[in-house]
Design a binder for this molecule. Structure first.
Ligand code: FES
Length: 73
């Protein structure tokens, strides 16, 4: 789905930027150019970034819990 029509940035581009190391909206904006023109997409872009980072945070927490479970066993 296109998030930014001006720059042709999709939600997939944003997820890819995060998977390649971006860890904030500012990083994603620099990497993809999202919201760099009219700015109407900024709220949606921030939402996509927020959800993706939250998902990764949840996965990291699950991984840490699994590591603790293995080490406790
Ligand atoms: Fe993203 Fe215009 S729609 S800058």
């Amino acid at each position: 789905m296109y998030v930014c029509l001006c720059r042709g940035v999709t939600d997939g581009h944003i997820r890819e930027a995060i998977s390649e190391g971006c860890c904030s909206y500012r990083d994603v904006r620099q990497a993809t150019g999202v919201a760099g023109q009219c700015g109407k997409c900024a709220c949606e872009a921030k939402n996509v970034v927020r959800k993706e980072l939250a998902k990764l945070g949840t996965l990291a927490q699950q991984s840490q819990l699994q590591s603790l479970a293995y080490s406790a066993a």
